[in-house]
Design a protein around this ligand. Structure first.
Ligand SMILES: Cc1ncc(COP(=O)(O)O)c(C=O)c1O
Length: 227
């Protein structure tokens, strides 16, 4: 489960529900795999406390440098009960013959010389501003009937289109205006809803985001007119 700034919805499990979930899983002998690639990208205070921080031996934690350093490094980590870690290591080696040692060494060298905490604080400030810009631009430029979740961290906004619109049908018109989004259907396991989109805000400066959302609003208005 993705506990903080979930992809695609941007939602965060409140602390009380984290504790309740961990207790429930322990009572029923169920393991929790906490997938936390976005937790450090917190805009409203320190990162939420991971479920795994309580140290329960049925909770495993995975994270990555993909969202804070570079996705191309392909470096992440797993934390959990030592007996499982050994087995997980063997399984991973069987699956991919190990994470490249060169990129691991490069990452260690980088972390030795570079102020990672200051870097994360800087990108959080940049992403916070971009997120706020996108939320304001959505409110200003989108036609009525659109709904979205305001995230407090992460990289994207999850948005529901007005009834009757299909994100994939709108996509070519958006691309023609040089605006890209991820049609939400890709995120559904069942009940493949076609009326959601995931909008990224981390990648562009505020002025581009405002113009992009203005154009996105036009695309939606055209879609509504064609219904
Ligand atoms: C929830 C979640 N877990 C994991 C990942 C991928 O991380 P990595 O690049 O380390 O494979 C992503 C990336 O988008 C993600 O959204």
């Amino acid at each position: 489960m993705v506990s903080s700034f979930q992809n695609p919805r941007g939602t965060t499990l409140p602390q009380s529900r984290r504790i309740a979930l961990a207790e429930l899983a322990a009572r029923h002998g169920v393991a929790i795999l906490e997938d936390d690639p976005y937790g450090e990208l917190s805009f409203a205070g320190p990162p939420p406390r991971p479920i795994a921080a309580a140290g329960q031996d049925n909770v495993f934690y995975v994270s990555t440098f993909s969202k804070t350093l570079a996705p191309g490094l392909r470096i992440g980590w797993l934390w959990g009960d030592a007996s499982i870690m050994r087995k997980a290591t063997i399984c991973k080696q069987a699956a991919d013959l190990h994470t490249a040692t060169l990129s691991q060494r490069a990452t260690v060298a980088l972390l030795d010389r570079f102020d990672y905490a200051a870097h994360v604080a800087r990108i959080c400030a940049v992403y916070r501003e971009r997120c706020q810009t996108m939320l304001a631009a959505l409110a200003e430029h989108l036609p009525g009937g659109c709904r979205w979740i305001a995230p407090t961290g992460g990289m994207s906004v999850w948005l529901q289109l007005p009834a009757g619109l299909d994100a994939e049908t709108l996509f070519p018109g958006a691309i023609a205006r040089k605006v890209a989004f991820v049609p939400g259907v890709a995120f559904f396991v069942e009940d493949h809803r076609r009326d959601f989109v995931r909008l990224n805000f981390s990648n562009q400066p505020p002025a581009q985001i405002i113009e992009g959302m203005r154009r996105f609003g036009e695309v939606i208005a055209e879609g509504l007119a064609a219904l």
